[in-house]
Design a protein around this ligand. Structure first.
Ligand SMILES: [Zn+2]
Length: 272
C-alpha cells in the first residue's frame, strides 16, 4: 500500500480432501474410480476493493483500473442553451451507438455512461466522477463538435487531449489499455522504490520501520523467537516467504535479527 504497509489480501488455501471425507463428497476420476474432492478456499472479499482503493487512490479520490471499472468512460455534455443541449446530447448518443457498431467488429467492451443530468454544472460532474475513479472522461461541447472532436481526460494522470470523432472508438480502446498498463507500472515502481533488496543491518531496519516503512527482503534463521522479537521491537512481521521467482539473485546468508545462518529469505514489513 502507499503508506508502505502490507495488506493481506486474496489469500488462497489448499484444504485438501479432509472436508470431502467428512461430507462424503466424491467425484468420478478420469481413471473411472471414485475419489474424494479437493477443496480450495479463496479469500477474495471486499478487502480486495480496499486494496484497490489504497493502491491506486490519490488526493482527488479513487482511481480504478479500466478492466475493473464499472464505467470506463463517462461522457459529460457541455452546453448553455437548449439548442446546444439538444445538439450535444444527440452527438453523445451517436458516439455511444458508434461504439456499439465498432464493438461488433472488434471483440471488446466499452462501458460508457452519459451524464445527462440537468441542474448539475459540468465542473460538479467532473468532480464527482473523478472522486469515483472513472478512468476516462469525455467532454463534448458545441465548439468541440464544430472541430469534429471531443476532449478526453485521463483520471490517472489527469492529462487532457482532444480526440477526433473519426477514430474515437479505436482511440479510446487504445487509451484505456494504456491507462491499465500505466497504472500497473506506477504501482509496481512505487512498491519497488520502497523495497530493500540489498543486505541491511538490523539498526538500519529499525530506522526504516520507525520512519516511512519499507518492504525489506532479508534472511531469517527460521526461529520463531527472532520473528517475535522483531515484531516487539519494530511492529514489522514476515509478510511472505517469496517463491523462487521473487527471491533475491543472491540469497541472504544471515538472519536479520540474530546473525545466525539464514534458512530462508523473508519479506518484512508493517501490516494492517
Ligand atoms: Zn534469527
Amino acid at each position: 500500500m502507499q503508506d508502505n504497509k502490507a495488506l493481506q489480501a486474496g489469500t488462497t488455501h489448499n484444504l485438501g480432501q479432509n472436508f470431502a471425507k467428512v461430507f462424503d463428497l466424491k467425484f468420478q476420476a478420469e481413471s473411472g474410480g471414485m475419489e474424494y474432492a479437493w477443496n480450495t478456499s479463496w479469500g477474495v472479499s471486499t478487502r480486495l476493493v480496499g486494496g484497490l482503493v489504497m493502491t491506486h487512490g490519490d488526493d482527488v479520490g479513487v482511481r480504478t483500473p479500466p478492466l475493473l471499472a464499472p464505467i470506463e468512460v463517462v461522457i459529460v455534455p457541455i452546453y448553455k442553451t437548449d439548442e446546444e443541449r439538444a445538439r450535444v446530447l444527440e452527438a453523445a448518443d451517436r458516439i455511444v451507438k458508434g461504439f456499439g457498431a465498432w464493438e461488433r467488429r472488434e471483440p471488446g467492451r466499452l462501458r460508457v455512461h452519459v451524464d445527462a443530468r440537468e441542474g448539475v454544472k459540468p465542473g460538479a460532474k467532473y468532480f464527482e466522477w473523478e472522486l469515483r475513479g472513472i478512468p476516462l472522461r469525455m467532454e463534448i461541447g458545441p465548439r468541440d463538435l464544430d472541430k469534429n472532436q471531443v476532449v478526453l481526460v485521463r483520471r490517472d494522470t489527469r492529462e487532457k487531449k482532444p480526440a477526433s470523432l473519426n477514430t474515437l472508438a479505436e482511440d479510446i480502446a487504445e487509451l484505456l489499455s494504456r491507462i491499465q498498463a500505466d497504472m500497473l507500472i506506477v504501482a509496481r515502481e512505487r512498491r519497488e522504490q520502497h523495497s530493500v533488496r540489498e543486505p541491511i543491518t538490523y539498526d538500519r531496519f529499525r530506522e526504516l520501520m520507525d520512519g516511512e516503512g519499507a518492504f525489506v527482503y532479508a534472511g531469517w534463521c527460521g526461529d520463531a523467537a527472532c520473528e517475535a522479537e522483531i515484531k516487539a521491537e519494530t511492529k514489522a512481521t514476515i509478510r511472505v516467504l517469496p517463491d523462487e521467482e521473487f527471491r533475491s539473485a543472491e540469497a541472504p546468508r544471515t538472519c536479520l535479527r540474530c546473525g545466525r545462518p539464514a534458512s530462508t529469505e523473508a519479506v518484512w514489513a508493517k501490516a494492517y
